[in-house]
Design a protein around this ligand. Structure first.
Ligand SMILES: NC(=O)c1ccc[n+]([C@@H]2O[C@H](COP(=O)([O-])OP(=O)(O)OC[C@H]3O[C@@H](n4cnc5c(N)ncnc54)[C@H](O)[C@@H]3O)[C@@H](O)[C@H]2O)c1
Length: 320
C-alpha cells in the first residue's frame, strides 16, 4: 500500500525531504501546501502533486496517510492540533514550537490520539550515535561538551535572524546539539545561560551572535554548550568525558580516545534518508518503535532551549 503524503511548507528543508521521499517506493507525494502560491505550484509540478495555499483545504480534499510539516518555528501549533484531531500522523521539523504551553497542548492531543509522530532531529540517525550510546551504557559521564559554530542561516535575510520568529540560535539551530546531548546523557534538570550581541550588524537581526549554556543533568553529569553565528558553514561537535576516556563526535566521525588507544569510526550511513524511511515504515506498519524522536521527546529538547533563552534574559539559574 502506498503512503499518501502531504507537505505543509515547501521551502528549503521540504526540498530535501521531497527528494528523499521520491526515492522511497512506498511513499507517494500527493499534495503540497505553502502560503506562497507560485512556490507550491512549481514544486507540485515537479512532483506531480496537487497544490494548495490553505492546509485545511488540502486536508479536506485529499486522503492523506501522513503529513510533513516543514514550517518555520513561528508557524507551529494550530496545524499540528488540526492534524492530530484528524488523526493524521506527522513528521515535524525541529524545533517543534516557540512556546512550551502550545507545544504541550499539541502533545496532549497527540497522546490522546496515540498518533505516530517524528521530529527532525536527524543527527540521532547517524550510525556512530548508536555506537557511542552502546559504548557509554555502562559508564558514568562526568562532562558533555557541545558546540554549534556556524553562520547566520539565510544570510540574515529571512525569519532565522528574528528572535520572535526563530527563537534564535539555541532554539533554532543548536537545538540539534542539545538534542544529541540529551540522547547521550539523559535529561537536564537545571541550566544557566548567557548571550552575546553586538558584532553582527545585519539589518533585520535581533538574535545573539554567540551564547553559552551551562547545564546540570539529572544523572549528575555537567554539560556546556557553546554556540555562535559568526563563522561560515555548519560545525557541530560533541565531546564526552568519562573515566580515562574521551569521546568526540561530529557529523563525520566518532573518536574514542583513551591513554593507550585511539579508535575512529566514520559515519557510514545516509542518516537523513534513514530518518524519512523509518517514518514512512512506521506509518505503513502502524509501529513507531524505530522512530528516534517523537513529539514528546522533541518537546523536551525544546524546553531546554527555551529555558536557555529565559536564563539569558533573567541572568538566573533555572530549573526545568
Ligand atoms: N533537520 C534539519 O537538519 C533541518 C535543516 C534545515 C531546516 N530545518 C528546519 O525546517 C524548518 C523550515 O526551515 P526552512 O529552511 O525549510 O525554511 P524556509 O523559510 O525555506 O521554508 C519554510 C516554508 O514555509 C512556508 N510557510 C510559512 N508559514 C506557512 C504557513 N502558515 N502555511 C504554509 N506554509 C507556510 C514559507 O512560505 C516557506 O516556503 C525550520 O524549523 C528549520 O529549523 C531543519
Amino acid at each position: 500500500m502506498a503512503i499518501r503524503i502531504g507537505f505543509i511548507g515547501v521551502g528549503g528543508i521540504a526540498g530535501s525531504h521531497l527528494s528523499r521521499l521520491s526515492q522511497i517506493k512506498e511513499a507517494r507525494i500527493t499534495a503540497l501546501t505553502d502560503v506562497v502560491k507560485e512556490k507550491t505550484a512549481k514544486v507540485a509540478k515537479e512532483y506531480q502533486a496537487n497544490a494548495y495555499t490553505d492546509y485545511k483545504e488540502m486536508l479536506d480534499q485529499e486522503k492523506l496517510d501522513a503529513v510533513f510539516i516543514c514550517l518555520p518555528p513561528f508557524a507551529h501549533g494550530d496545524i499540528e492540533i488540526e492534524l492530530a484531531q484528524r488523526e493524521i500522523p506527522f513528521f515535524i521539523e525541529k524545533p517543534v514550537n516557540l512556546y512550551l504551553e502550545k507545544a504541550k497542548e499539541v502533545e496532549k492531543i497527540v497522546k490522546e490520539k496515540k498518533l505516530i509522530t517524528s521530529v527532525g532531529y536527524v543527527l540521532r540517525y547517524m550510525d556512530i550515535v548508536e555506537k557511542a550510546r552502546d559504548f557509554l551504557k555502562d559508564k558514568k559521564i562526568a562532562l558533555i561538551l557541545g558546540r554549534y559554530f556556524g553562520e547566520v542561516p539565510g544570510a540574515g535575510k529571512g525569519w532565522y535572524s528574528r528572535k520572535e520568529k526563530s527563537g534564535g540560535q539555541v532554539v533554532e539551530q543548536a537545538t540539534h546539539i542539545v538534542d544529541s546531548m540529551r540522547y547521550l546523557a539523559g535529561d537536564i534538570d537545571s541550566l544557566y545561560a548567557q548571550g552575546f550581541k553586538g558584532i553582527n550588524k545585519l539589518e533585520n537581526y535581533n538574535v545573539e551572535d554567540a551564547s553559552i549554556v551551562a547545564m546540570h543533568f539529572k544523572n549528575g553529569a555537567l554539560g556546556s554548550l557553546i554556540s555562535n553565528w559568526l563563522l561560515s558553514g555548519y560545525q557541530p561537535m560533541l565531546e564526552i568525558i568519562t573515566q580515562g576516556i574521551q569521546i568526540q563526535y561530529s557529523v563525520t566521525s566518532l573518536k574514542i580516545i583513551s591513554k593507550n588507544k585511539k579508535e575512529e569510526f566514520l559515519v557510514s550511513n545516509n542518516y537523513a534518508a534513514l530518518e524519512d524511511e523509518i517514518f514512512i515504515e512506521a506509518v505503513k506498519n502502524n509501529d513507531p518503535s524505530r522512530i528516534k524522536s517523537d513529539y514528546s521527546d522533541g518537546l523536551k529538547t525544546l524546553e531546554v532551549t527555551l529555558v536557555a533563552n529565559e536564563s539569558m534574559e533573567k541572568k538566573e539559574i533555572i530549573s526545568l
